[in-house]
Ligand binder design. Sequence first.
Ligand code: PLP
Length: 378
Amino acid sequence: MKPFDVYPLLDVEPVKASGCWLWDKDGNKYLDLYGGHAVISIGHCHPHYIKKIEGQLERIGFYSNSVRIPLQDELAQKLGDLSGYSDYKLFLCNSGAEANENALKLASFYNGRKRIIAFTKAFHGRTSLAVAATDNQSIVAPVNETENVLFLPFNDEAALEKAMNDSVCAVIIEGMQGVGGVQVPTDSFLKKAKSLCEKYNAVLILDEVQSGYGRSGKFFSHQYSGIKPDLITTAKGMGNGFPVGGVLISPKFKEKHHMLGTTFGGNHLACAAAIAVLDVIKSENLMMNAKGIGDYMISALRKITGVKEVRGRGLMIGIELDFPYEAVRNELIFIHRIFTGTSGKNVIRILPPLTLSKEEAEIFLHAFASVMKKLLVK
Ligand code: PLP
C-alpha cells in the first residue's frame, strides 16, 4: 500500500530541529517561517516541551477516556488564565476540524436551529461546512453552499445585517483568515457580528485554529476588537506539533453528560504538550515577541518593491505579490533555505514559531528582498 497522495510535498526530509531551524538528512540547515502551517508556536523541540511529554510517555499504555485525567484540569486552568477566558469551559478534541464540528453542534443544541453563516475565502477545516471558497481549489473539499450554509462577503456589515434573522443558528468567522490569504476582519465587523448574534439569539463562533495561541500578538486575534464570542475553537499552535484541539465555551452553554464526546481528546500526551506550550508562551513572553517582531516585519515588507500588499497581525503575515508566488517561494527554499507558506496564487504566508528573533527575521527580510530584486530585474 502507498500513502494517498493529496499534498504537494517538498523534497526535503528534516531529521533534526531546534527553535526556528531545521536540518535535512544531507545536513542542510533551513530557517522555518512556516512552522508546519502555524503549528510550531514555541519553537521546534523546546526542552520544556520535550520533558513534559516524556514525563507522560508511560501513561500511553493505560489510556482510557472514561477516567479522570488531572492534566485536563491543569490545562483548562492555565488556558483560562493566559487567554483571559477563565469563566469559559474547555472541551478537548484532536484537531481544528473536530473543534469546529463540536462548536457547530453546541450551537445547534443551544438554539435548535440549523442555518450557518460563514464568509467567502473562509476555511474551517474538512468539516460538514467544507468552507473554503479560496481561489486555490486544489486544497478544498467541494465548496458546499447548501440550504443550511450561507457564504457572505467578508467584512461586509450590510450583507451580514441583511442576512441575519431568527432562523440563524451560528455565525462562524476566523480570527484572521489564513487559507484565504491572511485577511483581517475589522473590529467594527466583529462587533457587528457580535451584536447581531445577540439580537437574534444566534451563536458567534470564532475560529482561532490558525490565528490563536499568541500568534497575533494577543492570545486570540479577535481580542483586538474587544468582543467576547460564545465559542472559540483552537488547535494548531496549541500542541506545537502534537495533535490537540479544543472549544472554549462561554457560561451561557449548560453542559450535560453525553452532549459531546471523544475517544482520544484530552489524552495525557496531548495535555502535557498543550500545558508545556502555555508555560513557554507565558515564561518567554511570546505574545509580546510575536507583536514586536511581527510589526517590524510588516513595516519592512511594505517597503519592498514588487510587494502589492502586506496583511496580518503579529507573526501571521500574508505578503501579496504582483505575480504568482512560485518563483519566490522556490528561491527562498532552494537557494536561501527558508521555508514559507503560501495561499491562493500570489500570497506568501509567514507563520513562524513565536520565538522568532529580530536576527532571524532579518535573515528572511534580506533574502526576500534579494529574491524580489532578482526576479523583478529578469
Ligand atoms: N480552521 C482553520 C482556520 C484552519 O486554518 C484549519 C487548518 O488549516 C482548520 C480549521 C482545520 O484544522 P485541522 O487541519 O487541524 O483539522
